[in-house]
Write a protein of this length. Sequence first.
Length: 244
Amino acid sequence: MTAPNDKNNDGGVPVPTTPAGASSTAPAEYPPASPAGRGMFGNQGTGDVSGYGGLVRQRKPIEEAARPYGSYFDEVRDALEEAYPDFGDAIEKVVVDRGELTLHVRPERIAEVCQVMRDDLALRFELLSSVSGVDYLGAERRLHVVYQLTSMTYRRMVRLEVAVSAEEPHVPSVTAVYPTADWQERETYDMFGVVFDGHPALTRILMPDDWEGHPQRKDYPLGGVPVEYKGAEIPPPDRRRSYQ
């Protein structure tokens, strides 16, 4: 490491310096009396696990899009509304952002909506390419499940999204409609703790069966296990030397 303000007498070349607290046993060692405190980038138990020591990004509210939406989005919405009589009760809002269409669906209606999206001749979203989770920590319904649908017939894409609370994280499984959801729902369950009711085998897919907690939730403790790589041991994030 070099100190940019330290110059030698031979033309202003930076002089190598040793960071405070560093030694031959770093990076596992904490600097003495570090103002950053312990943890990666100075996180001190704020609940923030992004690695930036308490930095909180304010989330903008999700607003309903105004018609006309543009592109094929109006056509998709109209086709779904015509084919699905409970559209008004099932769809919470329609959002168009960054050139993408998202239908926010009530959790208990997601399997019904997927069935219509797949089978209606004006929609024909035959492929569910992804089921993933998002944790908006601090929101009342903080756990979101996101479904990426593709119509190979019409070359269109649409996103479905549902939101549940951490206390009642139940969503109907869509594996009967889209078999590709099988392992994807298991991964979302494993990482975020969303329970997909009706899934044929809802077990962990990444973590051991007896693992406690769901690692991709935003309030999950920052930690881990030591990893050996090419003869060196890399400590878990909560045991690394604080960055100054």
